[in-house]
Design a protein around this ligand. Sequence first.
Ligand code: CA
Length: 230
Amino acid sequence: MKKILIVEDEDKIARFLELELVHEGYEVVKKYDGRSGLEEALSGDFSLMILDIMLPGINGLEVLRRLRKTSDLPVIMLTARDQVMDKVNGLDMGADDYMTKPFAVEELLARIRLVLRKRQAAGEEAASEPEHIHQVRNLILDDAAHTVKYKGMEISLTNKEFQLLRELMINRNIVLSRETILSSVWGYDYVGETNVVDVYIRFLRQKIDDAVGEKMILTVRGVGYVIKDE
Ligand code: CA
């Protein structure tokens, strides 16, 4: 089921949207301010976010700006009739579409379907593109920039730690043996302690698990190591 996040402080509108969306077969989560909306958007596996601009705390445009640093979650902005500049800014900052309040819910539903369809088509096209971004849950490794980020926060790694993490991430959900890791990260001709993998796994865990707040890298006894999507 497709999950939609509604970030809207006007409870009446939020509840009305929820009713309509649930009726259309979507799963819905509601948030009433920018900060918790952003947090939810970054942590949940949503298909789309409906984001009001006028929000308490951080406003919708700022939520969008921060979201776009790490996420391409489709976003439809809600704007008031007199917020023409916000509309322009929102689209500039990567919103997929916008609706001006008050709006007919049928139109919003149509736009949601359109945005989801477009994204799906783009996703299918992009599947063969050069893959320099590797993501497991909220952990993002960027080959091009040589960075690792968790929810937008950079985690500083040594070169070997980076390569080891990369190996685990591109093979997510697959248990890799020490030998496999050793040959792909250290090279076939590596001569040295064979427990070097365990040592570096330990280093990596200290940094990654610490930043993430839970165990990302799992040990499979007698087999090796794995990073899991769920
Ligand atoms: Ca509002």
